[in-house]
Design a protein around this ligand. Structure first.
Ligand code: ZN
Length: 255
């Protein structure tokens, strides 16, 4: 099994968009979808913003990139049609872009938790999650999208686990067998600053679950000594975590 950390550029947004309130600070994030070579299968975990910044976010987010996810996929030696499985941690626009509306992976099944879809249906009209609903429903109807209703193994060595909080039905991914597992945390702990269990985003729909799940998952990552892939971390997106008081710190893993 081989794992590539890909790239779909970086974004800059007002901190208020992530933390709530009206802080006058900007925050930068990267997008690092993950590609897993698993025998004859090729699994992509999360799918960036897509070809361009979604209409809904224009003016609130700035997207910067010279190369996009498909370019980086190409650098890794693969074409879009080689991808056989796409796992979406949840339905926010910065995670589903290349996978939905329209889908860019013609051979892939896209995996979404049913609870994430159900929550997205309840979101306000202009919410990014809500915008993904028609695409997912179309995918289910056409047979390229599969709804999951709990933890499960997508392929041997690629296991999703529901860890809600940031959204309902938010799923993380354990990659590898029990000895050499890597962890993809999605937006449960998407960057180094988010390793602090008390730092809860204004956009988390269940802050208490986010906090509890972050502590449980990062504790497990530490006890398994698992490399952790941080989707939104602009620097050092591959780390190990160590507990420090009531929080966790990141120990970068060199290239
Ligand atoms: Zn995100």
């Amino acid at each position: 099994m081989r794992v590539h950390i890909l790239d779909d550029g970086t974004f800059v947004t007002d901190a208020g968009n992530l933390f709530g309130g009206s802080r006058k600070a900007s925050i930068k994030g990267a997008m690092h979808p993950v590609l897993v070579e698993a025998g004859d299968d090729l699994v992509l975990i999360d799918a960036g913003f897509g070809p361009e910044l979604p209409e809904l976010l224009v003016g609130r987010y700035e997207l910067n990139r010279d190369e996009n996810l498909l370019d980086h996929l190409d650098d890794a030696g693969y074409a879009a049609e080689d991808v056989t499985h796409v796992i979406l941690s949840h339905l926010d626009a910065d995670h589903v872009g290349w996978a939905l509306g329209p889908p860019n992976f013609p051979s892939a099944t896209v995996y979404v938790q049913e609870a994430a879809l159900e929550e997205a249906r309840q979101m306000p009209e202009k919410d990014g999650r809500r915008a993904a609903v028609p695409e997912v429903e179309k995918g289910v109807e056409e047979g390229w999208c599969e709804l999951l209703d709990d933890d499960g193994e997508i392929l041997p060595g690629v296991r999703v686990e529901v860890r809600s909080g940031h959204s309902a039905g938010h799923q993380i991914v354990w990659i590898g067998d029990s000895d050499v597992a890597a962890l993809y945390t999605g937006d449960l702990a998407p960057a180094k600053i988010w390793l602090d269990p008390d730092l809860i985003a204004g956009v988390d729909t269940d802050p208490e679950a986010a906090r509890r799940n972050r502590i449980e998952v990062l504790s497990e990552a530490e006890s398994r000594d698992a490399p952790v892939i941080l989707y939104h971390e602009p620097e050092d997106c591959l780390v190990r975590v160590r507990s420090k008081g009531d929080s966790f710190e990141a120990v970068p893993i060199g290239n």
